[in-house]
Write a protein that binds this ligand. Structure first.
Ligand code: MG
Length: 258
């Protein structure tokens, strides 16, 4: 009830509100390979209406920004992709300048992973400034092998490694994550209130940055919406202000904003 009251207040002042959302597992149900993902038509329609009314609607994703745009299909939404390394708005993609010197090393890891892990059944996604190895639809031992291989290569090349739901990723060792993405957008668009909806480990950076932004007074109110799943980390529910069940539950939150 308390959350419903808060959403009602936000609904009455849409020009002061930023809506940030993860995409995979939050707007699009998790499927065996990332190219099979789809955002349900109803959610696209809701996001389209929100982006007309609200100060800002942004999709913040581990994916490349172009993939995020393809998946959501809305040009009015801002996309912060590749874990905070890339932003796409008004048709232009920018890469965080500090990350560019690491481009070649990420490429080397990606090439090695493709040679070593793809024959075993893992899938190496072409991502540019970050590299992702997916093992969801491979046998469990291939998952372990993928994580071990990418961690070792990452250490050798001086890259940062993270493990998520069925995926291990390498990225430049500078701070760029969903938290820095949220901060950049809040500083650009100056909302008074902001929410973030997410289901996985990398989304916790966004939850925590919202808390920091509120504590320092940059934001007046925040809302952390956790999407519960069997594979997600426990902090997604323990750190959230409200927990919803899967993509359908996310639809309810978006509907409450209209
Ligand atoms: Mg997700």
């Amino acid at each position: 009830m308390e959350i419903r009251d808060r959403l009602r207040a936000w609904r009455e002042a849409p020009g002061s509100v930023a809506v940030f959302t993860d995409i995979d597992g939050t707007l699009a149900p998790i499927v065996p390979t990332p190219d099979m993902s789809e955002v349900p038509a109803e959610l696209k329609e809701l996001l389209g209406r929100l982006s007309e009314r609200y100060l800002l609607v942004a999709g913040i994703s581990g994916r490349k920004t172009e993939d995020a745009l393809d998946l959501v299909g809305l040009a009015d939404v801002v996309y912060f992709g590749n874990h905070g390394f890339e932003i796409l708005r008004d048709g232009e993609v920018e890469v965080t300048p500090e990350a560019l010197p690491y481009q070649e090393r990420v490429q080397e890891l990606e090439d090695n992973a493709r040679r070593e892990l793809e024959p075993l059944g893992a899938f190496v996604e072409e991502k540019g400034i970050t590299a992702s190895v997916h093992y969801r639809n491979a046998p469990p031992e291939v998952g372990d092998r993928s994580v071990e291989f990418v961690k070792r290569e990452g250490e050798r090349l001086g890259l940062r490694i993270t493990v998520g739901r069925g995926v291990v990723e390498a990225r430049p060792p500078i701070r760029a994550d969903k938290g820095t993405a949220v901060r950049t957008l809040v500083e650009d668009y100056r909302p008074e209130r902001a929410m973030f909806i997410g289901d996985d480990t990398t989304d916790l950076d966004a939850f925590r940055e919202l808390v920091t932004l509120r504590e320092e007074g940059t934001l007046e109110e925040i809302l952390r919406v956790g999407v519960a799943s069997e594979e997600g980390p426990p902090e997604i529910t323990s750190e959230a202000d409200i927990v919803v069940d899967g993509v359908e539950g996310v639809g309810e939150v978006l509907r409450a904003l209209l």
